[in-house]
Write a new protein. Sequence first.
Length: 482
Amino acid sequence: MTEGAGGDAAPEAARTWGRWFGRPGKSLTRRLIWLASAWIVLALLLTGWALTTQYKESALRRLGNMLADTIDEVVVATNVTPDGVVVGEIRDAKSNRALSGEYWAVAELDGDNGLRFIAGSPSLAGEQLAVPHDLPDRLRASTGAIISYPDPGFLHPPLRQPLRVAASLKSLPGRSEPLVFMAAVDQTNIEDDTRQFATVTWSALLILGAGLVIAVFLQVQIGLRPLFALRNEIADVRKGRIARVARNYPLEIQPLAEQVNRLLDHNQETVERQRTHVGNLAHALKTPLSVMLAEAGTQTGPLPDLVRKQTEVMKAQVDHHLRRARAAARAQLLGERTPIAEVLDEMAVMLERVFEEKGVEIDWRAPDELGFRGERQDLQEILGNLIENACKWSKRRVRISAGPTGLGQMVVVVEDDGPGLPAEQREAALERGARMDESTPGSGLGLSIVVELTRAYGGRITLADSDMGGLKVLLELPAAEA
């Protein structure tokens, strides 16, 4: 013998919430974390975009105010000579240095809907400020207003100056036609400051976002930890490790744990009442049947024989249905777990002694962690009948193996080296009271009892040929989780 191991909006919102948070097979924790993280990322993206945009617009406004001040200075410094010549000069060191980044110019409107420059700062170094094609029309439509626009600027390698240009149409004393006064400044520093501000802002928001996501993850994990603990305790109850939920939980979870315990108590009480009723019924029926048998046994004749025969049938029927009812009630219990290896070892030792004169050897193998999800006495009755039947028909050897199927079930295989059973007789062998050989002792109820108990637990039994030469019985039963 060996051993092995409001309107339609509210209902639609509710349906959307239910589809997202009530979808089977999905983790609520993961969905909460992903949803919160998505909202955090979206909020930070919008915040970063708003901050950088506002900073850039604020910088451009400051630049526009500076250009407006420069235009005012140019207007003040520009004079018209008696012969109509426009003379303008600003004594500013930066605007007098070539390509310094600060520029001004004075132009007049020509008849071709363009501008003709008549004066400019020395810093222009012979260059002209860019003039959009619609600028003259815009200046005529808003005399005195400041119109600003970007200019790609001067492209003198290695110098590149993106400019911000402002223009305004103003009148001067001594001149009938208004003049266009323009000012420009290199906005490279503004762009650099904007990029630096954006870099700092996005870096800070990235760190903040990562911290918020981590905080959400920790909050969800810590907040749901009592639910995980309750889930594990309920699993231990179902596996038979504990009988009740015993831990203390937060106020929000404790009522759920108490309701689970009440459900377990109610289930246990229901099963106990069924057992009591079954036992009472057994005593109520067996006593009259025993009296009838005793009375019929003292008399001879066709009628007493008929009474005895039918009474025996009635007793067999009562035993059969009471056993089935008890097994069905026990199968509904949670927390029942019976180790397979212990029961097989017990059955093998007992039956080897029973069939000692025949010299039967029982070789069994089953993992230590494998368990039957049901009561021990039911498993003993199932395996006892199968192994006893194999020993009875075997020549000398009986082989038993058990293992999990991975689907919450386990399979037990019982084989012998006897004569076997023809395929056409196997279905009949599983019927109640059927006997294939009247020369062997027994009532023929063994296999039918196994079938009834197996079906009560939602299992299945199948007969096949064994490679040992005899019969192979494959028994599928619910397995308890390790």
